[in-house]
Design a protein around this ligand. Structure first.
Ligand code: F1P
Length: 292
């Protein structure tokens, strides 16, 4: 499948994206007030980037689903970053159109020549990470690698961890699980949202996602044997004990870069799709880009 080829190329595409992020590019400089928009997977990458950028002290950074962007919110952003693999997603194009001539926009794209290209003040294109599969893997993670490198992060460890995640054994419990809850804190909450979406899109699995400590405020009520609770990033105190007490399988790879842990989820989603006879490249009810 395309999904398999694309997810396997991630260490290489992250390296290439990080080089662009660390070099000269039009992404907003430190100090700017930035809004980041996208749909679906691209929105979740926007969430991760917003938490990282603001957390690193480089300026106020808010993420919005493009369909909800700026609704009833004060404007006043110095720049807007849009993330869209296709450059054709209706809600993203609407945001770019609305901001034209008012707020500078930079769009992170898979392809050079798209409707979003001409509507943006500047673009960063990742053609080597563009994809054929409807389900995004390497474009999304490479876009985030680009953005992290632009914030000054060294992606070397993440790339090495992604290589390891491509060969790590998959546990049978993950392949058989009846339900998954993905959890994260700060930027890894965006990754948890993306992990849950990936499993739904590729394998029609029942999945949910929450900020890690929110999980204890209700959602843990469905944790049980045969279900998996998968935590990205740092482990908040007390969470593991609460989850294991339910009989659910608690998964936490604390020493791995959380973005590389997402690669492991890509593989689980692909294997579960195969086991169910699904084509992960062409999920039911989805298209490569959603247009009105
Ligand atoms: C985003 C999108 C996602 C969806 C799927 C296909 O498109 O439509 O909403 O989850 O992964 O892509 P894009 O704006 O990044 O092209």
């Amino acid at each position: 499948s395309y999904m398999e080829q694309e997810l396997r190329s991630q260490p290489e595409t992250w390296r290439a994206a990080a080089r662009i992020g660390a070099g000269d590019n039009p992404l907003p400089a430190a100090g700017a007030r930035v809004a980041v928009v996208g749909c679906g997977t691209s929105w979740f990458m926007a969430q991760a980037y917003a938490a990282l950028r603001e957390g690193s002290g480089q300026g106020v950074t808010d993420a919005f689903a493009a369909s909800e962007a700026f609704l009833g919110k004060a404007r006043g952003y110095d720049a807007v970053v849009a993330i869209t693999r296709s450059g054709t997603t209706t809600e993203v194009l609407r945001v770019l159109e609305e901001l034209r001539g008012a707020t500078p926009t930079v769009t992170v794209l898979g392809d050079e020549d798209t409707p979003a290209t001409s509507l943006s003040d500047a673009t960063v294109t990742l053609p080597f990470a563009d994809e054929k599969s409807v389900v995004q893997t390497r474009f999304a993670t490479s876009a985030l690698a680009l953005l992290r490198a632009h914030l000054g992060e060294d992606l070397g460890g993440a790339v090495g961890d992604a290589e390891a995640a491509l060969t790590a054994p998959l546990e049978q419990e993950w392949l058989d699980a009846e339900q998954f809850s993905f959890l994260g804190t700060g930027w890894t909450f965006g990754l948890a949202n993306e992990a849950a979406l990936k499993m739904r899109e590729a394998s029609q699995s029942w999945t949910e996602s929450y900020p890690a400590m929110e999980y204890r405020h209700g959602p843990i009520a469905i944790a049980a044997p045969g279900r998996v609770t998968w935590l990205f990033g740092q482990a908040p105190e007390g969470l593991e004990g609460d989850v294991t007490a339910t009989g659910a399988r608690f998964v936490h790879h604390g020493s791995r870069d959380p973005l590389a842990d997402l690669v492991l989820v890509h593989r689980v989603a692909l294997e579960r799709a195969r086991a169910r006879g699904l084509d992960p490249d062409n999920p039911r009810s989805l298209t490569r880009s959603v247009m009105l």
